[in-house]
Unconditional design. Sequence first.
Length: 366
Amino acid sequence: MDETALQLAVDVVDAELVDDESAAGVELVHTDRDRHLSPETVAAIEESAAASTRRAYGADRDAFAAWCAEQGRTAVPATGETMAEWVRHLTVTPRPRTNRPAGPSTIERAMSAVTSWHQEQGHPKPNMRGARAVLNAYRDRLAEEKAEAAQARQATAALPAQIRAMLAGIDRSTLAGKRNAALVLLGFATAARVSELVALDVAAVAEAEHGYDVTLYRKKVRKHTTNAVLYGTDPATCPVRALRAYLAALAACGRSEGPLFLRADRWDRLAAPMTRGGRTIGDPAGRMTAEAAAEVVERLAVAADLSGAWSGHSLRRGFATAARAAGHDPLEIARAGGWVDGSRVLARYMDDVDRVKNSPLVGIGL
């Protein structure tokens, strides 16, 4: 066999490189070096997940490893029996913060954390059949007991009526008031996650005839979307007017570039430095954190005496629900909000409307 025939043939399949061993007619043997990942590459791979997901997975893996050590079991690679016993442990062991066992969705996340941990270390996923059977039985028991944890906790949808109530108590003569109004209305108008919202820079906002074009990076789908933000019919809830007022206030403070949503203290000082233990903390440019943006939404909902489970995600869910109620196509809603194709989460949001509008009971003559 000549030298050319012995070369490794590489095909591009679905944008991925695939080794074609059969083309060379020889069996490849990978060395330890071939399977090695540098710490820098491992860190780069981990960066592909959201910071909140990395923190949650890290905590889940640490807890699993600690439990395995206590039980005299091997954490990685784990057996199917170990996974089943661990899941049962989670369903009966109260957590310190709530004094109740973890809910099914939290256990699902922990299971994903451990199975992905195996893959990252070059092991196949453990057999999860027993673990899933334990989790299914737990779901059934919670449902029979009418337990709150039986249903996944969802953020309450911030619909236009709720947003009006939330904004009614804002003092828009202040910098913080202008910022909070713009944050809520722009978050709703673009269906942004709070992490996407606070990542915006002033440069990402372009004035247009229809109002503004706002370009956000949607990390879940790995692409930018440019959302047309239109004038509202009610000046109090018009995202264009609110954003324009806030940008003017920023410019008056000498901030015409850099982060869009900035910290402001009780004295209306922009991007005031934060310290902890004598050390400066937080973004030096004053950019708000996602947690701070979510707290704005929660605080305004509480001040407006609105019941429900309020969070930064309330704006995103409210957009999907309100847009579907107005008759907009699900595909256009998904594109505007950066949802992945066939998103089950988006389908659940729109089901709030469709389960009534498209109910089989409609028009049957009852």
